[in-house]
Every structure is written in structure tokens, then in C-alpha cells.
Write a protein that binds this ligand. Structure first.
Ligand SMILES: Cc1ncc(COP(=O)(O)O)c(C=O)c1O
Length: 389
């Protein structure tokens, strides 16, 4: 429905729903702000599509229809000016399984895979499970607590004869950056110079704060399109991650054949029928929901940032250009990030992530998931402040 206003303030009790995020709470008083899923109901267009599928009552193996591919193609062309060749798309059960399969397809055991750190922890496990070496190139940490790419260090890491792959995250979890076209052009130039293929995880792509624009890596130039394999899903942005459906866009048909073989070797034969319906509903009808969601998250961020800036001068917040994960430098407290995480849990009853899990460059930081109702963000921030004061 056009002009429909979605109510992100509505509280949803997630206790006793077999939620990874909420099951970690030892009692009802704890607020979980760790793993990246949201406490909002998904978009009504998605819930309606799922209800219709549920009513059918038969849940056998799903085949993936043409509409799955067109939903991706139309969404990315309409919203992000990226034209995707339907012959280069594969489906799979998640973005982590996608990355794992792509690494299996294009790397050999013992090779280096370069990443800009701090970075999403499962990148390390995917590299490890493919018997490759994770090479961390720390992002430059600027005076205003923002991050940028250290192109000199990246150039050096990519020049290693044993390096053929860069595992990139656009927008970047947890550094909060929505990479610009110019930055990615420079990254791709370095990759081309050294014969390095880019795998770009773009799962956070729809969640972008006002004033920033998500640009698909593969859309920045023909050279980039030829050099980049994209892994994505509407799962993170529409809160349907538990339904497990994702896509891979290969850069050419030879790579697509290899990726397809890797998926089959990993026993991915089909996706969940509910995941399929939710995926297509999100891309076909979810636009107004995600736009309102982004406005709401921006309000959450401003609230938390202003409260913390006022009350906790030892916490330094990185500007959040995208996603819903607040990244905070706690080194001025004189405590480790593990100690701060524990203190926030013990004294504040809030669960946050210790930044050390995102690579060495994440040590000294915490990550807070603010994809929850404004009143919960306010209460959690108050508790964090009281615990740390
Ligand atoms: C960058 C990034 N990639 C992938 C995932 C998880 O993807 P999936 O659940 O589809 O495997 C996450 C989850 O937080 C993420 O932050």
C-alpha cells in the first residue's frame, strides 16, 4: 500500500521464540544488542507472502522460479543502477555459505585472502574452512573516529605472489563505512594491478543513513564488474535472516560454473520455500518499508550518540554511515573491550559484542546493535552509561 506508515515503535516480545539473540539472555531483564538481527516485525508485504505460502500447507522442496532472478535484477537496476546478467546469478542459503562456496571455487588451499579489518568475524572462519590464510590489512582509523582505506598497505598485501583474492565488505561491518565509488575504483585498480579477484559481501547494502549512497562494487566500472563476485541477500535489511536465502552474482560464466560446482559440493541443492517467498516479496514490494526503517535507525543512532557523548566522554563513537551497528572505541576507559563488554552485562544487563572478535584491529572497541525499538535503545543506553560511569 502506497504511503503506508510502518510502526517501528511497536514492542515485540521475542522471549521463548527460539531466537539466537534472545536465548543468550539469562533472565528477562537482559537486553541483547549483539548478533545482527532486528527486533522489528518484518515488512507487511513479506508477512503476507509468508501467510499465503503457509496456508497452502504443503512444504516440500522448493524450485527457484524465474521471478527470483527478476526480483534481484529489477531491484538492483531500479534502486542502485546496477544491471545484472541473469545468467550469472546463483542462489544459496546465506551469505556466509555464499562466501564459503566462492572461496572454494576460486582459491587453492594455502593461498592468502586479504581483508580490511576490523571485519565481520565469519570472514575468518570461511577463509579458515577453505584452508587459506587470512591476511588483515587494518583500515586507517582517523581523528574523528571514522575509518578509511590504507591504500599503501592494501597495495603491499595484494602484491604478494600468494594473494589472488580480496574479501571486501560493502557497506563495511563493523566499521560503519558505506564505501564511495572513488574508494572502490582505487581498490579495484590495485586488485587489477596485482591480478586479485574481489569477493564483495553486500548484505548490509539497503541500510544506509541519510547523506550516504550505497554503490554496488560491480557497478562502478566494466573492469570492476569483470573482476568482482557479489554475495548478497535481502535477509539482513528485511529481518528475514532465519529464512535463509541469498544470491551470488559471478563475474563470468566460467567462474559461475565453478561457483555452482562449489555450491553442489557443499550440498546446497535447494532453498527453503518460505525463504524464497520472503526474498521475492522484499525485492518486489519492500522499498517503502526499508526507507522508513533507515529513517528510524538514524533516529536511534542520534539518540544513543547524543546520550553517550554527553555522559561518557571515554566512549568515542564511529560515524555510522550504514547498517545498524554502532562501533565504539573504549580504549580511553583504560579497560579492555572484553572487560567493558562484561561490565556492561554484569552491571547494565545489556549484551554487546566485544570488538576483538572482528580481528586485531577491533580490540579496544565494542559493537552495539540498535535495530530495536527507540524506547529499548534509550533504556539500554541509560544502563550502559550507568554501568560505565
Ligand atoms: C557482513 C556480513 N555478511 C554475512 C552475514 C551473515 O549472512 P548469512 O546469515 O546470510 O549467512 C552477516 C551477519 O551479520 C554480516 O554482517
Amino acid at each position: 500500500m502506497k504511503n503506508e506508515k510502518f510502526n517501528f515503535d511497536e514492542l515485540v516480545d521475542r522471549h521463548n521464540t527460539h531466537s539466537v539473540k534472545w536465548d543468550k539472555c539469562e533472565n528477562d531483564d537482559v537486553i541483547p544488542m549483539w548478533v545482527a538481527d532486528m527486533d522489528f516485525k518484518s515488512a507487511p508485504c513479506i508477512i503476507d507472502a509468508l501467510k499465503e505460502r503457509l496456508e497452502h500447507g504443503v512444504f516440500g522442496y522448493a524450485s527457484v522460479p524465474e521471478e527470483f532472478y527478476t526480483s534481484i535484477i529489477n531491484w538492483f537496476e531500479r534502486r542502485h543502477n546496477w544491471k545484472i546478467d541473469s545468467n550469472l546469478i546463483d542462489y544459496t542459503t546465506g551469505v556466509v555459505p555464499a562466501i564459503d562456496a566462492v572461496l572454494r571455487a576460486i582459491t587453492k588451499p594455502g593461498e592468502n585472502v586479504v581483508m580490511l579489518t576490523p571485519i565481520y568475524n565469519c570472514f575468518f572462519t570461511c577463509i579458515d574452512s577453505n584452508n587459506c590464510n587470512a591476511v588483515e590489512v587494518p583500515l586507517t582509523y582517523n581523528d574523528d573516529y571514522s575509518y578509511s582505506i590504507d591504500f599503501e598497505a592494501l597495495d603491499k598485501a595484494l602484491s604478494d605472489d600468494n594473494t589472488h583474492t580480496l574479501l571486501f565488505c560493502n557497506p563495511h561491518n563493523p566499521a560503519g563505512r558505506v564505501w564511495t565509488r572513488d574508494e572502490m575504483l582505487k581498490v579495484n585498480d590495485l586488485c587489477l594491478k596485482h591480478g586479485v579477484t574481489v569477493i564483495s559481501d553486500e548484505i548490509h547494502c539497503e541500510m544506509v543513513m541519510p547523506g550516504h549512497d550505497y554503490t554496488p562494487f560491480a557497478s562502478i566500472s566494466q573492469d570492476a564488474q569483470n573482476n568482482c563476485i557479489t554475495c548478497g541477500s535481502p535477509s539482513k535489511s528485511f529481518n528475514i535472516a532465519g529464512l535463509q536465502a541469498a544470491f551470488i552474482v559471478s563475474n563470468n560464466s566460467d567462474i559461475k560454473t565453478k561457483v555452482n560446482k562449489a555450491l553442489i559440493d557443499n550440498q546446497v541443492c535447494s532453498i527453503n520455500p518460505f525463504g524464497l517467498e520472503a526474498f521475492m516479496a522484499a525485492y518486489n514490494h519492500g522499498e517503502s518499508w526499508i526507507l522508513q526503517f533507515n529513517d528510524y535507525i538514524c533516529g536511534n543512532f542520534q539518540l544513543m550518540r547524543d546520550m553517550i557523548n554527553k555522559e561518557l566522554p571515554a566512549f568515542h563513537i564511529t560515524p555510522m554511515e550504514g547498517s545498524y551497528l554502532v562501533w565504539i572505541d573504549i580504549t580511553s576507559t583504560g579497560m579492555t573491550s572484553a572487560q567493558v563488554t562484561q561490565k556492561i552485562l554484569d552491571d547494565g544487563k545489556v549484551i554487546v559484542n566485544d570488538g576483538a572478535m572482528y580481528g586485531k584491529a577491533g580490540d579496544g572497541f565494542i559493537r552495539i546493535n540498535i535495530a530495536t525499538q527507540r524506547s529499548v535503545v534509550e533504556e539500554a543506553t541509560r544502563r550502559i552509561i550507568n554501568a560505565m560511569k
